[in-house]
Design a protein around this ligand. Structure first.
Ligand SMILES: NC(=O)c1ccc[n+]([C@@H]2O[C@H](COP(=O)([O-])OP(=O)(O)OC[C@H]3O[C@@H](n4cnc5c(N)ncnc54)[C@H](OP(=O)(O)O)[C@@H]3O)[C@@H](O)[C@H]2O)c1
Length: 246
């Protein structure tokens, strides 16, 4: 390899079979990076599957946090990736409705997927991240701070994730960076999956493509904590990675 050629960086993105994660994975792959993605769905009979863009996928259902972390770890062993430049913990679920009517199973499910699994995966992948002095990115939500009555448990899991990020930043100081990014509303199917009918208001949400660009800009800048607003999304249109950069 010549001095001007860059080694592809190695990236893990959870929850990349749909929505924001899907666009993040495609963006990073389009810039020549190696990407391992996850989701809960079975895409193929293979344990480790590669799509046409060369993006790897492993099923890792975060409703069982330790098991999901183990499956990602095992996939990384198979790929031979002992160093990770970026781990983007993006997978998330929500339930929308009157908090008084929410079933205990729904609370436990969101806590496992949105909080328990990121904690388990972060710890499991830490040595690979330290080896590259990489970046761990946690995807939260502005709902964590805004108080959203119809997404109470969801908002609570994202607020807890923010607290986890603060603690981890101290614990990992000098070994890996920890970034906490809180997007505003995104035009994905997440709300419909959560049981919320949005109607016309959905049109005013940021597109997942724009949010993916904004997330990439925040990652490049190494922003410890950032609200991904519409204005930040616009700014990201002017920002492009240099070759070999994340
Ligand atoms: N949409 C918004 O307005 C909004 C706003 C702020 C923050 N966010 C956050 O942004 C992130 C992405 O949301 P999105 O809007 O892109 O949602 P989305 O379109 O519903 O996609 C969610 C992704 O998470 C995966 N996932 C769901 N349950 C999982 C599980 N049990 N185990 C592993 N993966 C699982 C899904 O894959 P499978 O279907 O294969 O399980 C999918 O790839 C989430 O953390 C969300 O909280 C979203």
């Amino acid at each position: 390899m010549s001095e001007t050629q860059h080694q592809p960086l190695r990236i893990v993105i959870t929850g990349a079979s749909d929505g924001l994660g899907y666009h993040l994975a495609r963006n990073y792959a389009a810039h020549g990076h190696d990407v391992l993605t996850t989701g809960s769905r079975q895409i193929n009979d293979e344990r480790l599957y590669f799509d046409q863009a060369g993006i790897a996928y492993v099923r890792a259902d975060q409703s069982e946090p330790q098991r999901a972390a183990g499956r990602i770890d095992e996939a990384l062993d198979r790929l031979g990736w002992d160093r990770l430049d970026l781990v983007l913990l993006n997978a998330g679920v929500g339930w929308s409705g009157d908090p008084a009517e929410e079933k205990p199973d729904s609370v436990a499910w969101q806590v496992a997927v949105n909080l328990g699994a990121p904690v388990a995966i972060a710890h499991r992948l830490s040595s690979r991240l330290f080896a590259a002095e990489g970046k761990l990115v946690l995807i939260g939500s502005t709902a964590a701070a805004s108080g959203n009555a119809r997404f109470a448990t969801y908002a609570a899991t994202k607020a807890a994730l923010d607290a986890f990020a603060r603690a981890l930043r101290e614990e990992w100081a000098g070994r890996a960076q920890v970034l906490m990014l809180h997007p505003g509303p995104i035009r994905t199917d997440m709300h419909a999956k959560a049981g919320l009918k949005l109607g016309l208001v959905r049109r005013f949400f940021m597109t997942p493509e724009r949010v993916a660009r904004a997330v990439a800009m925040a990652v490049r800048k190494g922003e410890a904590k950032r609200m991904i607003t519409r204005a930040y999304g616009w700014r990201s249109l002017l920002s492009r990675p240099r070759e070999g950069q994340l």
